[in-house]
Design a protein around this ligand. Sequence first.
Ligand SMILES: Cc1cc2nc3c(=O)[nH]c(=O)nc-3n(C[C@H](O)[C@H](O)[C@H](O)COP(=O)(O)OP(=O)(O)OC[C@H]3O[C@@H](n4cnc5c(N)ncnc54)[C@H](O)[C@@H]3O)c2cc1C
Length: 305
Amino acid sequence: MKIGIIGSGISVVGFVKNLKGNHDVQIFDKAFKLGGRLTMHRIDQFKLNLGAQYINPQSDEFKEVILDAGCYPLNGSVIDAQSKEVVDASNFFIHEDGMDTIVKKYLKDFDVHQNRKVTGIDSDKGKLTFEDGDSEFFDLIISSVPNQQLEKLCDFNVSNENIYSKCIALGASIKDKNLFKFNCYKNFSKTISWLALSSSYCNQSPLTLTAHLTPESSKKLFDHSNDQIEKIAIDDIVKTMNIKNNETIEPLKIFKWRYALCQRNNQGDGFIKLNKLIAIGDWTLGPRVESAYESGKKAAMALNI
Ligand SMILES: Cc1cc2nc3c(=O)[nH]c(=O)nc-3n(C[C@H](O)[C@H](O)[C@H](O)COP(=O)(O)OP(=O)(O)OC[C@H]3O[C@@H](n4cnc5c(N)ncnc54)[C@H](O)[C@@H]3O)c2cc1C
């Protein structure tokens, strides 16, 4: 079969890793990098993990997939800043070079076209149209893009629910590593839901932090300028941690995830078929890396029969 895949996130890994038989598979991603929401950003010598923070595998099979790709347990401790309780992070896994390393490992033998945006899908004919106007026909199309984006590409409608919440992520460098007692803070403040130091996944590169704004703050501030968001987030960190000199935290990047976390959490089929199109992705099962992988796997298993 000639298969055209849209996206290069972990759900696509679940699909290609479990698909049997010899197929002509081509993968297209609009981004310059592989990994989707697992992508690590690098600025000079700094590493910024602005998307998924850790993987908490529930199945032995998925645990093996991530361990084989070089993941290992999160360094240090996680505190719930609201309840003041230490979170059991014994099953939290990370990768020092970013969790997109998992995707790079499993997609390395495939024909991946980066910076190749799909702008239209004809699910009856199996046709993909690209940003430059080119088009190509396939026996099967796999889409791993969030459903709200998919609805813009073709006649696809799951429901009117607004499944995804937004998330604004701040990446910053820190001069003084002693400012934070813990490596990761859950429920950090009313504005920030998660704050993590890069020492939780890598001790080699210079220290950075990632702060995820809460879904409510992210929605409210989404159209604000990056400068305004940086100021609000850093002021919040400085105030919450009682830091005397706010110059110790230097903003490096704001990343706005329009489709961050899907609110759906169900035990559906993991994929939806519409003629020659199969839609996969975390939104079919739940807002986690493993659910996205499972979605792709379920679609492949259905084709293997
Ligand atoms: C801020 C944040 C924090 C998170 N934290 C965690 C966590 O700690 N633990 C956890 O388990 N999960 C976490 N998640 C969720 C997890 O990252 C996702 O569930 C998972 O990565 C989704 O994988 P996917 O393959 O379904 O989608 P994606 O990774 O989003 O892949 C979709 C791909 O499609 C591409 N694409 C989109 N449109 C087009 C187009 N028109 N043409 C071509 N390509 C296109 C995109 O570039 C992308 O590469 C987090 C997510 C975010 C955003």
